[in-house]
Design a binder for this molecule. Structure first.
Ligand code: ATP
Ligand code: MG
Length: 339
C-alpha cells in the first residue's frame, strides 16, 4: 500500500498555460481518492504528473517517502512499476490479442518469461475475461475493453492505480461493473486509487474523499458526504446542484402564489415526514410538498424537500421558526420563483 503526497505542484506548458497551479494534497495508503472538475480544469495533466508521464514545472511528488519528480532511467522505471494507469479510451493495442496486450506490459516490467502465460491467465480471471484471451480489442465491448485495461494496469503488481475518466465512455450499467471491480481490487489487493472524473455519480459511489479542481487549483477538498451535503466553493455548489437537479418545474411556478416557499434539507438518519405533519397540526398551516429528492451518499442520507406553507401570516411565521430549529438547513425559494 502506498501513501502519496503532492506539494506545491505546478505544470506550465510551453504556450504559458498553467494547467496545474500550486496543487498540494495527500492520499492515504489504500484510499480511493477522487478529483472532480469541469473540462479543462487540469485533472488529466495533474494525474499524469503522478507517474511522470508529465514532468511538473515545480513542486514535489512523494510516494512512500521517496520524492520522484526528478527520477530518471532505472529509478524512474522502478517507480513506474508501482503505478498502474487506466484511461477513458482504454488505449489497447488494436493489432494484438487481449493476452498479448497484457503480455506486452509484463515484458516491459521484466516479468520472467516462463511465468508470463500464468500471470496473463491470473489477471484475466481477476477481471472475468479469461474466455476472451485470444480475441482482438475490436471484438470487445467498451466495458470489456476497460476490464482488459485494468488487467493490464495490474500486470506488474502496482501499489497505486491512476484512473483518468475510466468510466466516462461507458453506460451506467457498465460503469457500475467497472466500479465494482475497482472496489474489489482496492479491498483485496490494497491498491491506493486516484480517480479523476467529471461525473458526480461516480464520485458519490466510489470515493472516500474528493478534491474539486478549477483552473489548475484544488479549490475544495472534503469527504464525499461533505462535498454533497455542504459544498463550499461556487463551482462545487453548481456541480452538486446539477447532480441533485432540483428546480421547480416551470408549469408549477405560476400556481405557487401565497404563503411561503421553502427548501428544507435534512441529513443523517432523520426524515421529515413526522416533522411536517406535526408543524402543520401545531401551527394550523397547510404544508404542500412540491418537489423532493432523497440521495444516499454511501451510508448516509441527504434529503431535500420543496414545500409551500399556506395559512395565516402569523402562524406561517411561527411554523417557519419552528422548522428552522428542526431541520438541517432551510432556504427561501420565493426569490428564485420570481426570477
Ligand atoms: N500538452 C499540452 N500543451 C499545452 N496545453 C495543454 C496541454 N495539455 C493540456 N493543456 C491545457 O491545459 C489545461 C488543462 O487540460 P487538462 O487536459 O489537464 O484538463 P482536464 O481537466 O483533464 O479536462 P477534461 O475534463 O476535458 O479531460 C487546458 O487548458 C488544456 O488546453
Ligand atoms: Mg482530462
Amino acid at each position: 500500500m502506498s501513501h502519496i503526497e503532492v506539494k506545491g505542484l505546478s505544470v506550465v506548458f510551453q504556450n504559458k498555460i498553467t494547467a496545474v497551479d500550486n496543487v498540494s494534497f495527500q492520499v492515504e495508503a489504500g484510499e480511493i481518492y477522487g478529483i472532480v472538475g469541469l473540462s479543462g480544469a487540469g485533472k488529466s495533466t495533474l494525474i499524469r504528473t503522478l507517474n511522470l508521464l508529465q514532468r511538473p514545472t515545480t513542486g514535489e511528488i512523494w510516494i512512500d517517502g521517496q520524492e520522484i519528480s526528478h527520477l530518471k532511467g532505472q529509478e524512474l522505471r522502478q517507480v513506474r512499476q508501482k503505478i498502474g494507469m487506466i484511461f477513458q479510451h482504454f488505449n489497447l493495442i488494436e493489432n494484438r490479442t487481449i493476452a498479448e496486450n497484457i503480455e506486452f506490459s509484463l515484458k516491459a516490467g521484466d516479468y520472467p518469461k516462463e511465468k508470463r502465460a500464468d500471470r496473463v491467465a491470473e489477471l484475466l480471471s481477476l477481471v472475468d475475461l479469461l474466455d476472451k484471451k485470444d480475441v482482438y480489442p475490436n471484438q470487445l465491448s467498451g466495458g470489456q475493453k476497460q476490464r482488459v485495461g485494468i488487467a493490464r494496469a495490474l500486470a506488474n503488481n502496482p501499489e497505486v492505480l491512476l484512473c483518468d475518466e475510466a468510466t466516462s465512455a461507458l453506460d451506467v450499467e457498465t460503469t457500475e461493473e467497472i466500479l465494482k471491480i475497482l472496489e474489489k481490487i482496492n479491498r483485496e489487493l490494497g491498491l491506493t486509487i486516484i480517480f479523476i472524473t467529471h461525473e458526480l455519480d461516480v464520485a458519490k459511489r466510489l470515493f472516500k474523499r474528493v478534491a474539486v479542481m478549477e483552473q489548475g487549483k484544488i479549490i475544495e477538498e472534503a469527504t464525499t458526504f461533505e462535498i454533497f451535503a455542504q459544498p463550499q466553493a461556487a463551482t462545487t455548489q453548481k456541480l452538486v446542484g446539477r447532480f441533485f437537479d432540483l428546480t421547480i418545474p416551470q408549469a408549477l411556478q405560476s400556481a405557487l402564489t401565497g404563503g411561503v416557499l421553502l427548501e428544507l434539507r435534512y441529513q443523517g438518519a432523520h426524515t421529515l415526514d413526522p416533522l411536517i405533519s406535526q408543524v402543520s397540526k401545531d401551527f394550523n398551516v397547510l404544508i404542500g410538498i412540491i418537489h423532493g429528492k432523497i440521495e444516499y451518499i454511501q451510508e448516509a442520507v441527504i434529503g431535500i424537500l420543496f414545500v409551500q406553507i399556506t395559512g395565516e401570516a402569523q402562524q406561517i411565521q411561527q411554523a417557519v421558526s419552528y422548522l428552522k430549529e428542526n431541520v438541517y438547513a432551510i432556504r427561501d425559494l420565493r426569490d428564485e420563483v420570481e426570477k
